[in-house]
Design a binder for this molecule. Structure first.
Ligand code: EPU
Length: 338
């Protein structure tokens, strides 16, 4: 087991924040993971996967376990459906491409989301009308305290918008080691309802879309407004879209007839935080190397050498400005490590 000391995590988080880990180890197998959890020399452990949904604001005074478990296997299949088991360290978008290559449907709308498979359930990743929970069968997770493997069904994960049990009661207690997904082999359910997808398919001259066409459309949309973490450090949407009451919505709509919204239920509306931030004049603003992305205000970026605290300060400024102008509080969706 190769434990390295005093390692920079800059290349292990998509924000590209340069903090140090006291110690660092690559986890390549379940037995090794169990052994590492038992190590007395490093009582404090920190789990790192794709590093795509976290903001590191200080050095990590713990043993960082980089989850590098790999492999995709078919668990069950019939003529119509297949259940696959994917190890936590597989890259999410590589999995999407693998599934499209096999002709399996279900993941196409979730193309190009940064991060790894093991972290997808934590925030129930979602985009363009589809969430992980729509294809999720179950996941296996190792309990940190006991080293025991347990299974979580779809229901047990308590998925909701960018949320799951792993951000609540189960937070910090488990390491997700694999995820099982149910995908279609025939009669794919195509989710083209999201306006931007329809527009992009039209642009691409597609009339009867295949799952690959949808993936191509999603990739084109994402590439047109979301920064590539390989070029500019970021963590995707920094904030969740706030949900407001019908009364607040109606008041806001009166003053801003162009207000975009998604109706959640009879009494609640979800408002794009990106729109609120743009209305505050913050889109494209830059403070040193920390900035609000110029094409999608929901995304905070690191132009090079911003520290985690500088990004956090900017996030707090954004929250305060939105709150002062609209009296709406926006919450981070990114996991802030303080
Ligand atoms: N908008 C603005 N200004 C902006 C950004 C957005 O006015 O700077 C407006 C757009 O014009 C549009 C509306 O807000 O009318 C919605 O924008 P968009 O379609 O880009 O989606 P979003 O609500 O901002 C959410 C997800 C994204 C996901 C897209 C597409 C959250 C927090 N974010 O963004 O997820 O890709 O929908 O489904 O729900 C992520 O989680 O990292 C992520 C990128």
């Amino acid at each position: 087991m190769n434990i390295q000391e005093n390692i920079s995590l800059k290349n292990y988080n998509t924000f590209g924040i340069d903090v140090k880990a006291k110690a660092f180890v690559e986890i390549n197998g379940l037995a090794q993971l169990q052994k590492v959890l038992e190590l007395k020399a490093y009582p404090d452990k920190f789990i790192l996967s794709g590093g795509s949904n976290m903001l590191l604001t200080k050095d990590i005074d713990a043993l960082v376990m980089h989850i590098n478990l790999k492999g995709i296997t078919v668990l069950e299949e019939n003529d119509d459906e297949v259940i696959i088991k994917v190890m936590a360290g597989e890259n999410w978008h590589d999995l999407v491409l693998w599934s499209l290559n096999k002709g399996y449907g279900g993941l196409e709308n979730l193309s190009l989301i940064p991060g790894n498979v093991g972290t997808a359930p934590i925030q129930n990743i979602g985009a363009y009308g589809v969430e992980l929970k729509d294809v999720f069968e179950s996941c296996a997770a190792m309990e940190i305290r006991t080293g025991e493997l347990v299974a979580f069904s779809n229901d047990q994960c308590e998925f909701s918008y960018r949320d799951s049990i792993f951000k609540n009661e189960a937070k910090g207690k488990y390491i997700i080691t694999s995820v099982a997904l149910k995908l279609s082999k025939t009669n794919h359910t195509l989710n083209t309802g999201y306006g931007a997808i329809e527009d992009q398919l039209r642009k691409n001259g597609v009339v009867y879309p295949t799952i690959k066409d949808i993936s191509d459309a999603v990739i084109a949309i994402r590439q047109s407004k979301l920064p590539d973490p390989m070029e500019i450090g970021n963590s995707g949407s920094f904030f969740k879209n706030p949900v407001i009451s019908r009364k607040t919505y109606q008041k806001l709509k009166k003053h801003h007839p162009d207000l975009p919204s998604y109706q959640v239920d009879e009494d609640q509306y979800k408002i794009p935080a990106g729109w609120l931030i743009e209305q505050c004049g913050l889109k494209g603003e830059r403070y040193g190397d920390a900035g609000v992305h110029e094409k999608q205000a929901l995304v905070l970026v690191n132009y090079g050498n911003a520290t985690g605290l500088e990004i956090l300060e900017l996030a707090e400024l954004v929250q305060k400005t939105v709150s002062q102008k609209f009296n709406i509080h926006i919450n981070p969706e990114v996991n802030i490590i303080k």
